[in-house]
Design a protein. Structure first.
Length: 216
């Protein structure tokens, strides 16, 4: 009798586990349909391919490191990084859903950048050399050559909408974004003029990036 009950309890446990797994949406479903508990579909703002929407200042997520994306979602949820759109979405996602979503977007191939006439040599100089006469380091020192990204703390800038990059630089200047490593970005942004921001963000938006680990 004891063995019989043990067998039945095992079956019940497996059934419950299977139901829980079946009820957990995959990354693509979360991205396109949301979770039905307040988290809107990511694709509504970030595009079906995760490439972002330049016109509205929404960033690309495709090809960004999962660890970086996870930190941003957690920071939105905790309020460390403020954003009226992202905070309710992040808080509506549970820990497993955040992990699933970030892994999904990290696996996507980033879209090809579209070169523009705004891709000036001045942008290339700021990115690759900085302006040491004013204590402004090169962006590539942390974000890698051409803004391809370095590790999990310094995300790719290449092929990111210029409007989004500009909004973030202004947020660091104004102190409304504060979740950068060692306050590095706040120091950098403080040294940028309006013209600098326009120049460097347009240049990075026009660069191509091959995401490390992204699926073809």
């Amino acid at each position: 009798m004891s063995a019989r009950w043990s067998f039945l309890f095992t079956l019940a446990g497996l059934s419950m586990a299977g139901s829980a797994c079946a009820g957990s949406p995959d990354g693509a479903t979360l991205a396109t349909q949301g979770n039905g508990r307040g988290a809107a579909p990511c694709a509504a703002c970030h595009g079906a391919d995760g490439g972002g929407q330049a016109a509205n200042g929404y960033p690309r997520l495709a090809g960004l490191p999962a660890e970086y994306l996870s930190k941003q979602l957690n920071d939105f949820a905790s309020g460390i990084r403020g954003n009226a759109v992202m905070q309710p979405v992040a808080t509506a996602l549970n820990a497993d859903e955040r992990e699933t979503l970030t892994a999904y977007y990290a696996s996507l191939q980033p879209p090809s950048a579209v070169p523009t006439t705004a891709s000036s040599s001045a942008g290339s100089v700021l990115a690759g050399r900085g302006r040491w006469s004013q204590g402004l380091p090169a962006c590539d020192q942390c974000h890698g050559p051409g803004g391809v990204g370095v590790g999990n703390s310094f995300p790719p800038l290449a092929a990111q909408p210029a409007s989004y990059l500009a909004n973030q630089l202004r947020a660091w200047q104004q102190g409304t974004r504060k979740n950068d490593p060692l306050e590095l970005m706040r120091g950098v942004a403080a040294k940028l003029s309006v013209a600098d921001i326009d120049t460097i963000t347009a240049w990075y938006a026009a660069q191509s990036v091959a995401a490390q680990g992204a699926k073809p």
